[in-house]
Design a protein around this ligand. Structure first.
Ligand code: ATP
Length: 249
């Protein structure tokens, strides 16, 4: 069982993530293999930055990838929203960061996922920006990054762009989302991904599409059941409701 604020190994698997194959490879090299085979990395004397900055439009899988990586590495996962660590009282933001990292160390290997970092960076330089500055400095001290310049735009250890999915990736995401659901075999998810109507859809949009299709199927199943129940001559079918996305549009 999972309690809020406690770390655990996420249950997101790579096969739940549609597309993003290149990013998966980078995560494998920079994080997963490093946790699983630390000796190899030691041998080669590789001392990489420990942080990866994921950037891109919302709902395209940043959180999912990080969770899948933790799952694959057998690592614990702590999800924090950057602004949550802010506290205007002197020393409190630093303390929050130190507490976070010491918690992560006690459940090592552990991946800390900082969300909403963009909210922090836009607060920098504004009134009260010093709180953010101190928070970021403490953050750098914790992963033993000694050159604060890494937090200047473009200087962060490893930058990975998570883009809107291509038309082909949309099909892969739909397939990943469809896993385990009773979908009519005649439904061509790859073809739906290619549809103009899905242009610029994020993964989160595709998930919404699947949910709406499921609701339509459930409504249809309910209507069928109602028909069956009200007609004494027809027996209820035992069929599972099946999703047919093409029929909803
Ligand atoms: P935000 O920037 O808003 O936090 P994010 O990039 O972290 O967004 P996620 O939280 O990973 O996005 O994605 C939101 C939801 O959209 C996921 O829970 C999943 O259902 C779906 N989704 C997004 N991308 C993918 C993908 N590549 N494969 C499968 N599902 C996806």
């Amino acid at each position: 069982s999972k309690r809020e604020g406690f770390s655990s190994i996420p249950n997101v698997k790579w096969e739940d993530v549609g597309g993003l194959g290149d990013i998966r490879d980078e995560f494998d090299l920079y994080i997963i293999s490093r946790i699983k085979y630390p000796d190899d990395y030691q041998k080669f004397g590789v001392n990489l930055e420990t942080g990866i900055l994921l950037y891109g439009p919302p709902g395209c899988g940043k959180t999912m990838i990080a969770k899948a990586a933790a799952n694959e590495a057998g690592a614990n996962f702590i999800h924090v929203k950057g602004p949550e660590l802010l506290n205007k009282y002197v020393g409190e933001s630093e303390l929050a960061v130190r507490t976070l990292f010491s918690r992560a160390r006690t459940c090592s290997p552990c991946i800390i996922f900082f969300d909403e970092v963009d909210a922090l960076t836009t607060m920098r330089g504004k009134e009260g920006g010093w709180v953010v500055e101190r928070l970021l400095n403490q953050l750098l001290i914790e992963p033993e990054v000694m050159d604060p310049a890494v937090l200047r735009p473009g200087r962060f250890g490893k930058l990975i762009h998570v883009p809107l999915p291509s038309s082909e990736d949309r099909g892969l995401i739909l397939k990943a989302l469809a896993k385990g659901k009773p979908i009519d075999p005649s439904v061509d998810l790859a073809a739906i991904g290619q549809m103009e109507a899905c242009k610029n859809f994020s993964g989160a949009d595709l998930r919404k599409l699947m949910e709406e299709a499921a609701m339509t199927a459930l409504k249809e199943a309910k209507r069928q059941r109602h028909l069956n129940e009200t007609s004494g001559t027809i027996t209820a079918t035992q069929n599972e409701p099946s999703v047919n996305i093409t029929a909803t549009h």
